[in-house]
Design a protein around this ligand. Structure first.
Ligand SMILES: *Cc1c(COP(=O)(O)O)cnc(C)c1O
Length: 236
């Protein structure tokens, strides 16, 4: 890696994308993993459609948004081929219907009322709708995500619902100056996934969505399959 981080105010999106991708690659190498197994989700919540389309032009395919109505408006015009939209913010039950129309995957499923709302929102679809269960590993009181002790029961509920396809787990780590401080949070999500595999034979839960601009490298070292990066990509 280069000694200096390029001054963010002087970089283009393409340069920032390259920088993030090479940091992802370095982290994957350190962990003996292949960078191609890790998906970069560009969190476009703070930018408009133009910037999202420019990002697509530079090669980004996965986009993350945290508000259903904002995303519906931003992506009202057809999205470009092969793009995928991830819902990563807290979901209100009364937005479930719109959410499953706008998004390809909902990563922030965390309570029975939301599960029930999603189930009825996708009733009659041909294919099960992809979701992740969000877990508040660090038990931050103000953060969404279910408590770790509630995971087993929510997973049992979810796997009984054929309309929903539980693909894995998501977490948001606490904000810290040193990303090493949150390594145990990422390891905790991975351990939880491994425990669920043991107690639910046949359940793969391949997806671990964890890591943001300041800590995605540590998250990759701990097994992230999806990282959600906003500022490092979109704010030059
Ligand atoms: C905003 C957001 C991100 C991106 O955070 P950055 O620090 O800008 O990379 C990732 N995940 C969630 C859930 C977010 O709300």
């Amino acid at each position: 890696m280069s000694k200096l981080t390029p001054s963010q105010s002087e970089t283009t999106f393409a340069e920032r994308l390259k920088f993030v991708q090479s940091a992802m690659e370095c982290a994957a190498n350190r962990a003996g993993r292949s960078a191609s197994d890790i998906t970069l989700i560009g969190v476009s919540k703070t930018v408009g459609r133009d910037a999202a389309d420019a990002a697509y032009g530079a090669g980004l395919r996965h986009f993350g948004e945290n508000r259903v109505q904002d995303a519906a408006a931003k992506f009202a015009a057809a999205r470009p081929d092969g793009s995928r939209l991830h819902m990563i913010g807290q979901l209100q039950s009364n937005k479930a219907k719109l959410a499953v129309q706008v998004f390809d995957v909902i990563e922030s499923v965390d309570r029975p009322s939301v599960i029930a709302a999603l189930r009825s929102a996708v009733a009659g679809r041909e294919r099960p709708f992809p979701i992740l269960l969000q877990v508040n590993i660090a038990r931050e009181p103000q953060k969404s995500g279910c408590a770790p002790e509630d995971v087993e029961k929510l997973v049992a509920t979810l796997i009984a619902i054929s309309e929903l396809d539980l693909q894995g787990l998501m977490t948001i780590a606490p904000l810290t100056d040193d990303p090493e401080d949150v390594r145990p949070v990422f390891a905790g999500l991975r351990d939880l996934r491994d425990a669920l595999r043991n107690t639910n034979p046949g359940l793969e839960l391949p997806t671990l969505s964890m890591g943001m601009s300041n800590d995605f490298a540590v998250a990759i070292e701990e097994g992230a399959t999806h990282v959600r990066v906003g500022r490092a990509l979109f704010h030059g």
